[in-house]
Design a protein around this ligand. Structure first.
Ligand SMILES: *[C@@H]1O[C@H](CO)[C@@H](O)[C@H](O)[C@H]1NC(C)=O
Ligand SMILES: *[C@@H]1O[C@H](CO)[C@@H](O)[C@H](O)[C@H]1NC(C)=O
Ligand SMILES: *[C@@H]1O[C@H](CO)[C@@H](O)[C@H](O)[C@H]1NC(C)=O
Ligand SMILES: *[C@@H]1O[C@H](CO)[C@@H](O)[C@H](O)[C@H]1NC(C)=O
Ligand SMILES: [Cu+2]
Length: 553
């Protein structure tokens, strides 16, 4: 079957190729060359870091996966729209079933977008354990040609596992902290302290791709005495925007063009700074600076600049290159990104105080098998916080962050316009900023940072059929329930979407139900569905006492 498809495809598009990756997903015990104890991570073909995946626009990526773990796995190509291939988006129990231990699975999709993406584990936040790598899609007709390229993929590496850190975060008295086991930073898979030189040739234009594969902190990139021109944000081309520094939140990607100087008289420094913007400061960890050399000539001396610039990324001042104006919203969803407490006083994360739990039936199968009931969000389980969206409806999302925890929010299957920001305590006042109503083409991206105490408004046209995950990209927050689903056009999905046999097979070997509502029933019956984990916003008495300084222990 696959051979026939490939053959026809090759006939149709002479230049398109198959890019085949054979990935055996394995445990790898390593300290990754850092000053910390080794832990069991998750890599590919017994190695960490993973290989960088490179392709050209129009290529078909074939990812042959073998799961050699003793638990399920899955891969998500972050930012790839998966138009028509929703079942390869890789979110277990949303787009299909995870890949069973000991089994094989092939993801296969056409890369219709150029730009900077990444592939990462999406089962049990295996991203945190190292299962992540950049995906670069080149375009030989790129409107921003560069002479050469450099890549900075930055990630954090913790000496404890995600599950161990979640246990600490969920201690009922609120005193557990994974910060007792602080992470270190890797740049392109190596200890960030080893910053490699960037070699610049006079007069050339360089494209520098920044990929944040961080699990938690923000970071910044700057080059002394060189202007950076932002030309791509999360795979979307922008009008060139000159900046001194680029701030990156987890899951975001940015490309900048840098014009090399015409002289080799001096060398310079570049800087990668990991911020303590909203994480607990730890000396040597948050904040931390990594300086590398920009070398024009081995004989030249380095021109050191004393102050390293720092500033927030201003989404509202950047325009998309495609000239699409501000969309008019058909519907607005209020998403309160807030933590709360379970009935057992356990701290947890949520959207609108609902802490996400998987359903018993993958949402894609609920959409395909429940007929007219597929347009009712409760079909997907109240605990998944699902919204059902009409095909081509323009949806506004109001990300509301009233707490001291910031959230980089990522939507699958779409890019959204970023149109308004402000403080939650000042929605009509001076802090409110909005893009112009006309003559402006708002920045589009797939991952937006929502800082603590602030709100961000985004809009997008829901033009991609399927079940799409919307979640915070801090692995801890997602793991604790800051997560929901959007189901776009379920009735149209029923007419046009055929799930491949390989996806069905994974569910079958794991005895996962493939029809009915969230609990597998063919009626409005939720018997057997996961409990509704509504959280309470108020601090439980024990924690309130500690915070008030009244603790007796
Ligand atoms: C899975 O793929 C590996 C190659 O990575 C192959 O050796 C093995 O036979 C395959 N297993 C099955 C069950 O197809
Ligand atoms: C809103 O909160 C911010 C801190 O999050 C504070 O700096 C600011 O003064 C507050 N504004 C008003 C109007 O209360
Ligand atoms: C709901 O489903 C359960 C399990 O199949 C069944 O026992 C129960 O009778 C059903 N409830 C109703 C009201 O049909
Ligand atoms: C958002 O959730 C918080 C609980 O953390 C609650 O206090 C607040 O009232 C909610 N905001 C709105 C506007 O509903
Ligand atoms: Cu978060």
């Amino acid at each position: 079957m696959r051979f026939v498809k490939t053959f026809l495809f090759l006939l149709g598009l002479a230049q398109a190729r198959l890019v085949v990756e054979n990935w055996d997903i394995t445990y790898v015990t390593t300290n990754r060359g850092l000053d910390q104890p080794a832990k069991r991570g998750i890599g590919v073909n017994n190695k960490l870091p993973l290989p960088v995946v490179e392709a050209e626009i129009g290529d078909t990526l074939v990812l042959n996966v073998r799961n050699s773990l003793d638990t399920v796995t899955s891969l998500h190509a972050h930012g790839i729209l998966q138009r028509g291939t929703n079942y390869y988006d890789g979110v277990p129990m949303a787009n299909g079933c995870p890949i069973a231990p000991g089994s094989n699975f092939t993801y296969e999709f056409v890369l219709e977008q150029s730009g900077t993406y990444w592939i990462h584990g999406h089962a049990s936040e295996q991203n945190f354990e190292g299962l992540r790598t950049p995906l670069i899609v080149y375009d030989r007709n790129d409107p921003y040609p560069a002479d050469k390229e450099h890549l900075f993929a930055v990630e954090d590496w913790w000496p404890i596992s995600l599950q161990e850190s979640l246990k600490l975060l969920q201690m009922p008295d609120g005193r557990g902290t994974p910060y007792a086991y602080p992470p270190q930073t890797l740049i392109n898979g190596e200890f960030a302290k080893l910053t490699k030189p960037l070699y610049f040739e006079p007069g050339l234009t360089y494209r520098i791709r920044l990929v944040s594969m961080m699990s938690l902190p923000l970071w910044e990139f700057a080059i002394d005495s060189h202007e950076l021109y932002i030309v791509e944000v999360d795979g979307v081309l922008t009008k060139p925007k000159a900046v001194d520094v680029v701030r990156m939140a987890p899951a975001q990607r940015v490309s900048v063009l840098v014009k090399a100087k015409n002289s080799i008289a001096a060398n310079y420094e570049y800087h990668i700074t990991v911020l303590d913007d909203y994480v607990v400061p730890i000396p040597g960890v948050y904040p931390s600076h990594f300086d590398g050399k920009v070398v024009y000539s081995p004989d030249a001396s380095t021109d050191i600049v004393q102050t390293i610039p720092s500033e927030p990324f201003d989404d509202l001042s950047i325009e998309s290159l495609d000239r699409e104006p501000l969309l008019c919203a058909d519907r607005s969803l209020f998403l309160n990104l807030t933590y709360g407490f379970t009935a057992k006083d356990i701290p947890s994360e949520s959207i609108n105080l609902i802490s996400y739990r998987d359903s018993l039936v993958p949402a894609i199968f609920s959409a395909l098998t429940t007929g007219e009931r597929a347009i009712n969000p409760v079909t997907y389980g109240p605990q998944t916080n699902t919204e059902v969206v009409k095909l081509n409806e323009v949806i506004e999302l109001l990300f509301w962050c009233p707490t001291e925890l910031a959230h980089p929010m990522h939507l699958h299957g779409h890019v959204f316009q970023v149109i308004e920001t402000g403080y939650v305590n000042d929605t009509t006042g001076n802090s409110r900023r909005r893009v112009p109503n006309s003559g402006f083409s708002p920045l589009k991206r797939d991952s937006v940072h929502v800082p603590q105490g602030q709100y961000v408004v985004v809009r997008f046209r829901a033009n991609n059929l399927g079940v799409w995950n919307l979640h915070c990209h801090i692995d801890w927050h997602m793991g604790l329930g800051n997560n929901m689903l959007l189901v776009v056009g379920p009735r149209e999905m029923q007419q046009s979407m055929r799930v491949p046999e390989s996806v069905v097979e994974q569910c079958r070997i794991q005895d996962i139900m493939m029809s009915g509502n969230a609990a597998g029933h063919d009626a409005y019956n939720y018997s057997g569905a996961p409990d509704l984990p509504y959280l309470q916003a108020a601090l439980p008495p024990a924690l309130a006492a500690i915070q008030a300084g009244n603790s007796t222990s």
